[in-house]
Design a binder for this molecule. Structure first.
Ligand code: CO
Length: 140
């Protein structure tokens, strides 16, 4: 049975990336590990590691994406929580068997070899849940 290992990140959706970075870096004291554009997701993201997890800031870069519509509808705030799992395909199969609605029936592949998929918020009491499976390291 597939298993959840840890909280990988929580993602906050922002309109003002500079303002949010100033809060999380200067006021709250976290360091930024990476800022990058994700053209496929029409988003700019920043990662701030903390305690083995990360805070992810997400800013829509177009006005017509799902993310942009979400921001328009709900305003800035919590967007999703991401759980690392040991077997994402097994986890998605388990969820499907139990009739849980998914955004992604099969995992997508990130450019870093990581697999990810989203569970639909209608199935999770309003919380968008992302699942990650990292590629195996050679020493595992
Ligand atoms: Co995420």
């Amino acid at each position: 049975m597939a298993r959840i290992k840890r909280i990988d990140h929580i993602a906050l959706i922002v309109q003002d990336m500079q303002g949010a970075l100033s809060l999380w870096q200067d006021t709250l004291g976290l360091d930024v590990s990476e800022i990058k554009d994700l053209p496929d997701e029409a988003a700019q993201v920043a990662f701030l590691p903390v305690g083995g997890s990360e805070v992810e800031l997400v800013k829509p870069t177009t006005s017509d994406s799902g993310l942009a519509k979400y921001l328009k509808k709900y305003g800035p705030g919590m967007h999703h929580v991401c759980l690392e799992v040991d077997d994402i395909i097994g986890m998605l199969d388990q969820l499907k068997e139990q009739g849980i609605r998914l955004v992604d029936e099969t995992p997508k592949m990130g450019d870093d070899g990581k697999m990810f998929a989203f569970i639909h918020p209608k199935a999770t009491f309003g919380v968008l849940v992302e699942l990650y499976e990292y590629p195996r390291r050679v020493d595992e």
